[in-house]
Design a protein around this ligand. Structure first.
Ligand code: SF4
Length: 211
């Protein structure tokens, strides 16, 4: 299999950057360019980045293996001092998004959600192949979702099950920080990791057939 990059963390089984034991020859920590690392560390001096890192560290440390992701998001938003939460949701997960909104509201947050089909723009108006109308004529509109949440001034946006690629555009256009509550997987109950857990067994053929 061709790979034009050198071996990297995805080829490492040691996780020595955490445990400090045996580092592989290709270790990213040991082969990095110091200026790239320095530039990254410098970014944490930005006020918002610094605050985010402190809040994320506190949530991780205080609730490690105790809080669900829903609880972690509530806790993170409180640590950040946010009051206005946006939800960018898939239409197929509106019920779940509604439940999440109720939980957020019980915790005192102002919540505003935008469904992927809001705006009701036709796929044909975006130049999408008419064959795609077989799964619905209105396009998912992640840029509108982001812009609408930007418009109402949300401070943290939570992504609920946007499609692959649509999520990419949402991340690109959101003014506020984004965290993901649900990663869509229509086959695996929104647990994409299951395909990897079973990659050597039941899902072997499924992964072999990726085009
Ligand atoms: S930084 Fe080094 S030790 Fe850590 S995962 Fe990457 S290759 Fe492995």
């Amino acid at each position: 299999m061709k790979n034009n990059y050198p071996l990297s963390c995805v080829d490492c089984g040691t996780f020595s950057c955490h445990t400090g034991e045996k580092f592989p020859k290709f270790c990213v920590s040991k082969n990095l360019q110091q200026e790239v690392l320095d530039q990254a560390v410098e970014c944490y001096n930005d006020e918002e980045n610094h605050k985010t890192m402190l809040a994320a560290a506190k949530v991780e440390f205080e609730h490690y293996c105790k809080y669900t992701r829903v609880e972690e998001i509530v806790s993170f938003a409180k640590e950040m001092g946010f009051h206005k939460i946006g939800i960018a949701t898939c239409g197929g997960l509106l019920k779940e998004a509604g439940t999440f909104a109720k939980i957020l509201r019980l915790h005192g947050f102002d919540v505003y959600g935008v469904c992927c089909k809001a705006g009701m723009v036709k796929k044909e108006d975006l130049g999408i192949d008419p064959a795609c109308n077989a799964v619905g004529e209105n396009a998912c509109n992640p840029i509108f979702q982001a812009k609408q949440l930007n418009h109402v001034g949300t401070e943290l946006n939570v992504l609920v099950g946007l499609c692959v690629g649509h999520d990419s555009l949402f991340y690109k256009y959101s003014d506020a920080l984004v965290t993901t509550l649900i990663t869509k997987d229509r086959v695996l109950g929104h647990n994409p990791a299951a395909a990897l857990y079973t990659a050597g067994g039941y899902y072997k053929n499924k992964l072999d057939s990726i085009e």
